[in-house]
Design a protein around this ligand. Structure first.
Ligand SMILES: [Zn+2]
Length: 362
């Protein structure tokens, strides 16, 4: 999520936009159509992270709800690309990607690395910025295809994200015959804790920066009908669905990766406070995403922060610099449907506490 104040400020002044994108496995599996994304370029700087104010808005009303019934997702087995297997009776899918037993959580700043680098699958990395460097502790994703890699988000600043990512790209290239891989730098949305590192990539060889804001995102991915149009972006044997998802922020996107069955949801859904700047737009976006995924295999839903504890319904304090006993990063399709049902049922925007996330209209 973003600091509480940011969406408010952005409503008034940001206008920032941002890119998106995701995965890059070279499994070539499910690719269907391909398209777009010939890369416009540009390197708009991130909106300057707003870093002042610190007060969180007062909650309006709070209600609690119970978790929804588990989804019976369909799915079959897929395999070759090792993406997902599913148990049709329970709806629980076995995912090819693996998550770490523990994320850096700001509890040991003396020894904690600035960025935790985790290889999720053969062609997918998840990076976490240390809470010791930013209370936001954002996650960033790096997805490889045979021709290009997509970096989704660049963190909240004060980390050598460019060096880290270029090293990963170089290593991947070396391990795959040495062919150069283009790096695409994109963002789930335009808030400062997701785009602060964009400028560090400016001028780098073999690097294209999508740019911040809705216009840049639309141009890069070739989205003419924002936000209804869903397009595909091919990393080379790994075709991603780019799903416009405004509501938390107007240039927000989700990325669905058929190769791993992961949906990257940025700040629209993650285990934490889901700040909603434009409620009707958010409700529509979440509904469209659920509809889009209806006939897809969804293995995991990965957002960009963790703000819930391991106790159901309990979040960490706003701006808390360490997260002992953090909730896992991963959510699943049932959570997305739970969110969709919750916001659609609201007569008016209100704070609503769920076990694994908190709906938080601004
Ligand atoms: Zn955020």
């Amino acid at each position: 999520m973003r600091k509480l104040w940011t969406p408010l400020l952005c409503i008034l002044a940001c206008g920032g936009e941002e890119p998106a994108a995701s995965d890059g496995t070279s499994t070539g599996s499910t690719a269907t159509t391909t398209t777009s994304g010939t890369a416009a370029t540009t390197t708009e700087g991130p909106t300057t992270p707003t870093s002042t104010s610190t007060t969180a808005p007062e909650p309006l009303t709070t209600t609690s709800t119970t978790a929804p019934e588990p989804l019976t997702t369909t799915s079959s087995t897929s395999t070759t690309d090792g993406s997902t297997t599913a148990d049709t009776t329970t709806g629980v899918q076995e995912c090819v990607g693996e998550l770490p037993a523990h994320w850096i959580d700001g509890t040991d700043c003396g020894s904690e690395t600035q960025v935790q680098i985790h290889q999720y699958s053969a062609d997918t990395w998840i990076l976490r910025q240390s809470l010791c460097t930013s209370f936001e502790g954002p996650f960033m994703m790096l997805l490889f295809g045979s021709e290009r890699a997509l970096l989704l988000d660049t963190g909240d600043g004060d980390i050598p994200i460019d060096d880290i990512v270029h090293d990963l790209v170089d290593d991947w290239s070396q391990a795959h015959g040495g062919a150069p891989i283009e790096l695409i730098v994109g963002n789930t949305h335009a808030h400062g804790d997701h785009v602060a590192g964009n400028n560090s990539f400016v001028g780098d060889a073999g690097t294209t920066i999508i740019g911040i804001g809705e216009a840049a995102v639309r141009q890069f991915f070739g989205i003419d009908g924002w936000p209804e149009q869903i397009v595909q972006y091919d990393l080379g044997g790994r075709v991603l669905d780019i799903v416009p998802l405004p509501g938390h922020e107007k240039a927000h996107i989700a990325v669905y990766d058929p190769a791993t069955g992961v949906v990257f949801t940025g700040d629209t859904l993650y285990p934490g406070r889901l700040y909603i700047a434009d409620f009707p737009t958010y409700v529509a976006s979440v509904g469209r995403l659920v509809d889009h995924l209806a006939d897809k295999e969804v293995c995991r839903v990965l957002g960009a922060h963790i703000e819930m504890t391991n106790t159901p319904g309990e979040d960490f304090d706003f701006m808390q610099p360490s997260h002992p006993d953090e909730h896992p990063l991963e959510l699943d399709l049932a959570h997305l449907i739970e969110l969709r049902d919750a916001v659609e049922a609201m007569q008016e925007p209100m704070i609503e506490v769920h076990d694994d996330f908190i709906v938080y209209p601004l």
